[in-house]
Design a protein around this ligand. Structure first.
Ligand code: NDP
Length: 446
């Protein structure tokens, strides 16, 4: 079996030189899915995984814009349309200097499995730019978004490809992107998700990824007869996902001890309660400040510059910043300090070596493609509401979100059983694969 997997990976690597993040995501899936394909006649001999690792289409374009000093700047724009077997392409846009083809292809590939797990009819895609919104004025961000959409608009549409937010793309950016799309197409359609509630957005969409990862984490704990109540939780990031994950942990009686940004992490041993979290939300979303400012407001807390929070003893860890932010040494430290459960809020935050440590030590470990699927699930619900020209209440959306996270958990349990231990990585990969592969086979050689 190892030889078959290696041959497959060699072939993929040959075609995708210098794409380490993409190869990392493909390797994890191949290790779980190829043994499953070999055991199941309907998939065997169809080169189905080889087809799935090849994007259906990649769009790559120039984004020129003018800054506040009247200087012309140039960034790169991308859209990866990975797989449309079960629905139109769906996935976020990331604006961050680290964006390149490898990062977006890994995200688009993961998105295919994630969207399949939600049970909603959505294919997978991802896009973005190496533009950095940090430190830019609102007007600069608007001019960039308008230029970006001036090319992207011809490739997307409510039945073709529906982008959303991701790192560096929040409500402000979605607003500017939507405004430009509407001007160019002269149409008010649900072409982006994450819109403002008064102009086509869904209630609970901003909260959905963070709430969803906590609902999933709670399900994993319930599966071993416990809950988040009274548990110490270490979180990374302080953006959209981290903020609402923290809010839900607090609501469910857990204690949030840390949050971070790329400057370092804060540790509040008394717990970050609702009032302190509101301060952080204002600091990040309105003032666009740095997390270290927290200790000026709450001097009993500590700030650890240029470090990640995994050294703080906890029961549960929820990484919500970015890919490869939790390494083998961090995993070993978490395990040594008593952590029993890890729910990924970010996409691929744990390295393969870290995941290996969690798995051999039988830690409950949920990969992002399962545990952070709440965001895209509510995006799917936003699309449904746009089509119906109707808005569901907060409770209706939240109940649907909870049910979807519970169903994803159940699929992982079904496909991930290993002698009494649930391997959620294996469960998510196989469950996500089956639905997409069945659709591709039914549609011929596509
Ligand atoms: P935001 O831009 O709102 O926040 C990102 C946070 O992570 C910030 O605190 C940022 O700090 C930190 N961060 C980003 N890059 C790095 C880095 N290289 N090193 C250290 N810290 C970093 O993004 P989101 O919260 O939306 O996304 C976070 C993660 O969740 C990403 O992996 C994203 O793909 C994933 N995700 C998001 C979904 C959503 O609905 N938004 C859906 C599913 C997954 P700083 O400000 O200093 O850069």
């Amino acid at each position: 079996m190892e030889k078959i997997i290696q041959q497959f990976l060699d072939e993929v690597k040959q075609r995708n030189q210098n794409e380490p993040e993409f190869m990392q995501a493909v390797t994890e899936v191949a290790e779980n899915v190829i043994p499953y394909i070999v055991k199941n006649d309907i998939y065997y001999g169809q080169n189905i995984l080889l087809r799935m690792v090849e994007p259906e289409r990649v769009v790559f374009f120039r984004v020129p814009w003018i800054d506040d000093q009247n200087e012309i700047k140039v960034n790169r724009g991308y859209r990866i349309e990975m797989n449309s077997a079960i629905g139109p392409y769906k996935g976020g846009l990331r604006f961050h200097p680290s964006v390149n083809l490898s990062v977006l292809k890994f995200l688009a590939f993961e998105q295919v499995f994630k969207n399949s797990l939600t049970t909603l009819p959505m294919g997978g895609g991802k896009g973005g730019s190496d533009f950095d919104p940090k430190g830019k004025s609102d007007k600069e961000v608007m001019r960039f978004c308008q230029s970006f959409m001036s090319e992207l608009f011809r490739h997307i549409g409510p039945n073709r490809d529906i982008p959303a937010g991701d790192i560096g793309v929040g409500g402000r950016e979605i607003g500017y992107l939507f405004g430009q799309y509407k001007r160019l197409k002269n149409e008010f359609t649900g072409v982006l998700t994450g819109k403002g509630v008064s102009w086509g957005g869904s209630l609970i969409r901003p909260e959905a990824t963070g709430y969803g990862v906590v609902y999933f984490t709670q399900k994993m704990l319930e599966n071993i007869g416990t809950s988040l109540e009274g548990k110490k939780v270490v979180l990374s990031g302080s953006g959209n996902v981290a903020q609402y994950a923290a809010e839900k942990v607090i609501q469910l009686g857990g204690i949030v001890n840390t949050l971070s940004d790329s400057g370092g992490y804060i540790y509040d041993r008394d717990g970050i309660n609702s009032e302190k979290l509101k301060y952080i939300m204002d600091l990040k979303n309105i003032k666009r400040g740095r997390i270290e400012e927290y200790i000026k407001q709450y001097p009993t807390a500590e700030f650890h510059a240029k470090k990640t929070p995994w050294e703080i003893p906890c029961d549960v860890a929820i990484p919500c910043a970015t890919q490869n932010e939790l390494h083998k040494e961090d995993a070993l430290m978490l395990i040594k300090n008593g952590c029993v459960c890890v729910g990924e809020g970010a996409n691929m935050p744990s390295t393969p070596e870290a995941i290996h440590e969690f798995t051999v030590n039988k830690i409950l470990f949920a990969p992002g493609k399962a545990s952070n699927a709440g965001g895209v699930a509510v995006s799917g619900l936003e699309m449904a509401q746009n089509s119906l020209r109707y808005n569901w209440t907060r409770d209706e959306v939240d109940t649907r979100l909870k049910n979807i996270m519970s169903d994803i958990h159940q699929s992982c349990v079904e496909y991930g059983q290993e002698d009494g231990y649930v391997n959620y990585v294996k469960g998510a990969n196989i469950a996500g694969f089956v639905k997409v592969a069945d659709a591709m086979l039914a549609q011929g050689v596509v």
